[in-house]
Design a protein around this ligand. Structure first.
Ligand code: HXC
Length: 258
């Protein structure tokens, strides 16, 4: 029987995914990434879910790709199996907001997984690093692309070339994370934020996520055109009319996620 390396549970309108390979500090192997991808897609397809949280353990969010698994792989192995592309990028298909709740080590592929999320909430204990250079590898799960977009070239080069580790406060200052919270409140605060977000109109959230992500893929003019079309499309939704009328009526909106 396949080992369960990811736990998925529903908390109201939030899908909570917990990486569960604690002895290996949640080192990300193929099975774990398959299970993570499946859990993400299941929550994304579930109309009762409005936002998703990925978390790890107290000591590690994830200490990176599984070095033991990779150590003897050849070029043909990774090329043929489509390593990384095959199951690490499933998260890019997810249209609902994904939050990472990070305590402890988020290293290498673990840091890259967090960077693939839309919002990172860091506990005070969180530590972020791209130490692949120490293995003569490189941050090959999007790290060389997402990190400079997140924190700029100067800090990204420093982290990727020297394996510099950032603590939570540095990560906050540089814009790598969205918020820093005390460790004992990490899950509670992240779930509260996810619950708040999940209470908004799901299609509106998707439109915002898609528009923000488009800003990394397009010129300003093209991006603004995309955003404008998304805005116009909101006027075809029941939720936008409900939201505006509820404001005028001084009542709470009731969104149907339509
Ligand atoms: C496999 C790992 C692992 C990893 C930790 N472990 N990280 N196993 N892959 N990435 C295992 C250890 O071997 C050890 O197993 C157990 O988890 C506990 O780890 P320790 O090292 O004993 O803990 P500690 O001394 O507290 O140090 C924590 C740590 C260190 C600083 C996070 O474990 C570490 O440096 N890990 C590697 C981090 C790293 O290089 N990540 C990048 C990987 S490459 P045993 O059996 O001894 O108890 C990568 C590339 C992604 O992510 C992009 C695609 C290529």
């Amino acid at each position: 029987m396949t080992e369960l390396l990811v736990q998925a549970e529903q908390r109201g309108r939030v899908g909570l995914i917990t990486l569960n390979r604690p002895k290996q500090l949640n080192a990300l192997n193929d099975t774990l990434m398959d299970q993570l991808g499946a859990a993400l897609l299941a929550f994304d397809a579930d109309a009762q879910i409005g936002a998703i949280v990925i978390t790890g353990g107290a000591k590690a969010f994830a200490a990176g790709a599984d070095i033991e698994a990779m150590a003897d792989w050849t070029y043909t192995d990774v090329y043929s199996s489509h390593f990384i592309s095959r199951n690490w990028e499933t998260i890019r298909q997810v249209r609902k907001p994904v939050l990472a709740a990070v305590a402890g080590f988020a290293m290498g592929g673990g840091c890259e997984l967090a960077l693939s999320c839309d919002i990172i909430v860091a506990a005070e204990s969180a530590r972020f690093a791209l130490p692949e250079i120490k293995l003569a590898l490189l941050p090959g799960a999007g790290g060389t692309q997402r990190l400079p977009r997140a924190i700029g070239k100067a800090k990204a080069m420093d982290m990727a070339l020297s394996a510099r580790m950032l603590d939570a406060q540095e990560a906050d200052r540089y814009g790598l994370v969205s918020r820093v919270v005390p460790d004992e409140q990490l899950l509670e605060k992240t779930l509260a934020l996810a619950t708040q977000i999940a209470g908004y109109s799901t299609p509106a959230l998707m439109a915002i996520k898609e528009s923000v992500n488009r800003s990394f893929e397009s010129s300003l003019t093209e991006g603004i055109l995309f955003e404008r079309r998304e805005l116009h499309a909101r006027f075809a939704s029941e939720d936008a009319h409900e939201g505006m009328h509820a404001f005028l009526d001084k009542r709470k909106p009731v969104f149907q996620h339509r």
